[in-house]
Design a protein around this ligand. Structure first.
Ligand code: IMP
Length: 192
């Protein structure tokens, strides 16, 4: 089976391709030569995830899935949350986002956080969502060079390493994206 993965994020493509069973082929937007940017205008991770899959299905009539992820810090009222990519402003990058988050957390004794991934699958017109959550802690400095985004400051529960100190196989033992993807794969296995 072939599914278009509605993302331009090469890191996400790499992670998702590392967990696929042989019978499922993922085609990224760049591999499908779809170069348009897809807006993420909503206030929830669920809606932003949905809009990306709907864009591909309505414009290209292809079975597809999308994912949207946020880092949620309860002691900061859920920030950066749905704004995780642009936390430090429109010209944000991972370094600026991390700097802002560490600054906002500097006086906080509660550094609990979790990643939440929402995958939207549209297959033969049927739409479903799958959620994966990874709980952990935000440390007060960056450690590690692997991964992307907030990985250098996030230590998942059950580990002493940040995601940025882990290779893909290790990150997948904990990862929000892996958990959501496992539910999607389970659905396809039982329904096709
Ligand atoms: P989006 O899902 O592309 O909107 O990403 C939201 C933000 O969260 C971006 O800044 C990503 O870099 C970050 N992000 C998404 N997934 C991960 C992850 O697995 N680890 C660290 N940061 C992530």
């Amino acid at each position: 089976m072939e599914l278009i993965f509605a993302t331009h994020n090469a890191n996400k493509v790499k992670e998702i391709k590392s967990i696929l069973p042989a019978q499922l082929q993922i085609i990224s937007l760049s591999e499908a030569n779809i170069l348009e940017e897809i807006e993420e205008p909503f206030d929830t991770i669920e809606e932003n995830s949905e809009t990306k899959a709907k864009f591909i299905f309505s414009n290209y009539s292809k079975n597809c899935f999308s994912e949207d992820t946020g880092l949620i810090v309860p002691s900061l009222n859920g920030e950066p949350g749905v704004k995780s990519a642009r936390y430090a402003g429109e010209d944000a990058n991972a370094e600026k986002n991390i700097k802002k988050l560490l600054h906002n957390l500097k006086d906080s004794s509660n550094r609990d956080a979790y990643f939440k991934t929402v995958i939207t699958l549209i297959i033969d017109g049927q739409q479903l969502q799958f959620i994966g959550i990874c709980e952990g802690t935000i440390i007060d400095t960056t450690i590690g060079n692997e991964g992307f985004g907030y990985d250098p400051i996030f230590v998942p529960n059950g580990s002493t390493k940040t995601f940025a100190e882990m290779n893909l196989e290790e990150k997948n033992k904990f990862s929000h994206r892996k958990k959501a993807m496992a539910k999607l794969i389970d659905f396809l296995n039982t329904n096709s």
